[in-house]
Design a protein around this ligand. Structure first.
Ligand code: ADP
Length: 211
């Protein structure tokens, strides 16, 4: 099962990806997580990506496309969820080429629809665990359980979840990513989901569709 999750920053793609990967044995491919890991490891790709991410801009298409190509090719047929890629029309075209070259297709294309005002509130309150990458609202930090470390999570606020960068990211989404949504609307497996519902309800909608 190969799925594509798209939607604005803060629309719940990462949360739903984690729930679904726990349920099925599929791989979560989040380009944002990959770049943050590359930054932590101070790799060349990480250093290049950081300058764009800190400003809320998109990393150049070719850098992201090369990264995803290497990852998808290395999965040797294991199912995946793409979260945060593609984000532009050229990336969507590159993905189509990549998948057709590997004899793969997308079994579900889910668009998480959430209004701008809600996104700003969610992103401002969002905290991310350095160890397991889970995201929670600031109010829920004490309740969270870490998926990879028995000492618990280590939450922080991402630099790009600060107010001045949030506004830029939403603008970039509107300008560069929303035209790509049109590209996928004709896909027979496209489904628009109301991403303002509680996470468990969104999860149920996804499960119903894929079953
Ligand atoms: P969110 O979904 O909350 O916006 P991500 O973790 O997916 O955050 O992405 C964080 C940042 O990483 C983006 O603002 C962008 O700079 C970079 N990035 C991630 N995916 C892509 C992509 N497909 N194309 C270009 N830049 C990307």
């Amino acid at each position: 099962m190969n799925l594509l999750f798209m939607g604005p920053p803060g629309s719940g793609k990462g949360t739903q990806s984690k729930l679904l990967c726990d349920r099925y044995s599929i791989v979560h491919l989040s380009t944002g997580d990959m770049f943050r890991e590359a930054i932590t490891n101070k790799t060349e790709v990480g250093m290049r990506a950081k300058s764009y991410m800190d400003k809320g801009e998109l990393v150049p298409d070719q850098v992201v496309i090369d990264l995803i190509r290497a990852k998808v090719t290395s999965l040797s047929g294991k199912g995946f969820i793409l979260d945060g890629f593609p984000r532009t029309v050229p990336q969507a075209i590159a993905l189509e080429d990549l998948l057709s070259g590997l004899g793969l297709k997308l079994d579900g294309v889910f668009f998480f629809d959430v209004q701008k005002e809600i996104l700003v509130n969610r992103l401002s309150a969002r905290r991310t665990c350095r160890k397991c990458n889970q995201v929670v609202s600031a109010d829920d930090v004490s309740k969270a359980k870490c998926a990879v470390n028995s000492d618990g999570c280590d939450f922080y606020q991402r630099d790009d979840d600060k107010p001045e960068v949030i506004a830029k990211r939403i603008q970039v989404y509107q300008d560069q990513t929303s035209p790509m949504i049109e590209y996928y609307k004709s896909n027979p497996n496209f489904l628009k989901i109301d991403g303002t519902q509680p996470a468990d309800q969104v999860f149920q909608v996804i499960l119903n569709k894929i079953s």
